[in-house]
Design a protein around this ligand. Structure first.
Ligand SMILES: Cc1cc2nc3c(=O)[nH]c(=O)nc-3n(C[C@H](O)[C@H](O)[C@H](O)COP(=O)(O)OP(=O)(O)OC[C@H]3O[C@@H](n4cnc5c(N)ncnc54)[C@H](O)[C@@H]3O)c2cc1C
Ligand code: FES
Length: 303
């Protein structure tokens, strides 16, 4: 089978970036240091437009001085990057699915109803129209599932079919906690779960689970999008290049980002093209074709 693509897999919109004030509606602990933050967004401060973020793009979250007073823990030195999990255009409610890994996310976990925060968006590149959801496999590890769910939700909003999601986590309870949000986006037969502790879904890794469907999927899947911890992404890229040689593998990187806007070069990764410049995850990415990157080198990641 030869795959012919007429539309690009990645798009590089560089719209005007704005700051959006937001109010915390809920900040729910889901267990195992994982939280679901619901924000109500106001229109952008400078362009007076409503928030928008294409699938693949991200935003930088900043805790405002008023929330720092009430949270009472050390300040959020830089803004921190996050992907939307879901966004409701009608209510302007944004869901962030996050894990506490350091000071910034610990401060986030102390946010309470009514606290004010601000987000800067939209940032980074986006998945293009060449990604056909009916022939796409989404592979998530831990909180790396967020951008994948967001992309699938946008396909659904556009009346397109759901992709298949394979999502793995250390704890089955993390998978269970997000079932309501997954059910809003995917039909049940399109969601396959794997947990290290074996309490929900298959016991083992996402690769163990995908191997069970490899024969069928290797013929039908055109695009694979992976987001998760660095070791998981490395293992996936190696496995897919052998087992799914006809598919294009895209990775969504979640590197540390001091500025998020392409200015500081604090987020660069090595370019597989030896003549190419290092790639800024926040500007040329965060979504890359796996073949653009050097996988032997360590890619930073928090999860
Ligand atoms: C585009 C994008 C989307 C993201 N979406 C989500 C999301 O939806 N949900 C979510 O939970 N997270 C997401 N992240 C990751 C999230 O931004 C980080 O977990 C967060 O910034 C950590 O901030 P912190 O202050 O809590 O941790 P920090 O204190 O900044 O770091 C926590 C720990 O990680 C270590 N560390 C810092 N930088 C690196 C690095 N580059 N490599 C390895 N270790 C490092 C630190 O030494 C420290 O021990 C996303 C990141 C990006 C770039
Ligand atoms: S975070 Fe500054 S250039 Fe990417």
């Amino acid at each position: 089978m030869t795959i012919l693509r007429t539309a690009p897999l990645l798009s590089f919109p560089k719209p005007l970036i704005d700051d959006f004030p937001a109010t915390v509606l809920a900040n729910t602990a889901l267990g195992n240091d994982v939280y679901l933050l619901t924000l109500k967004l106001a229109q952008g401060l400078h362009q007076q437009e409503a928030f928008s973020c294409l699938a693949g793009q991200f935003f930088m979250l900043e805790l405002s001085p008023s929330s720092s007073d009430s949270v009472g823990v050390p300040s959020f030195d830089f803004r921190r990057p996050f992907s939307p999990l879901l966004f409701d255009e009608t209510t302007q409610e944004l869901l962030i699915y996050y894990k506490v890994v350091g000071d910034g996310t610990r401060r986030m976990s102390h946010l309470s109803v009514g606290n004010k925060v601000q987000i800067m968006a939209p940032l980074g590149n986006a998945l293009g129209e060449g990604v056909n959801p009916a022939k796409t496999l989404l592979v998530g590890g831990g909180v790396g599932v967020a951008p994948l769910v967001y992309w699938a939700s946008q396909q659904k909003a556009n009346g397109l079919p759901a992709p298949v999601l394979v999502w793995g986590s250390r704890f089955g309870s993390d998978l269970d906690a997000l079932r309501p949000q997954l059910a809003d986006v995917f039909p049940p037969e399109k969601v396959l779960l794997a947990s290290d502790d074996g309490t929900v879904g298959e016991k083992g890794t996402v690769i163990d689970l995908i191997k069970q469907h490899q024969t069928v999927w290797a013929e039908t899947i055109e695009t694979i999008v992976v987001c998760g911890p660095t070791p998981m992404m490395k293992a996936c890229v190696a496995y897919f290049s052998e087992a799914f040689p006809k598919a294009t593998v895209l990775v969504s990187l979640e590197n540390h980002m001091p500025c998020g806007t392409g200015a500081c070069f604090g987020c660069v990764v090595e370019n597989a093209n030896p003549d190419g410049l290092p790639l800024r995850v926040c500007y040329e990415g965060p979504v890359f074709e796996a073949s653009q990157l050097v996988w032997e080198a360590k890619q930073p990641c928090h999860h």
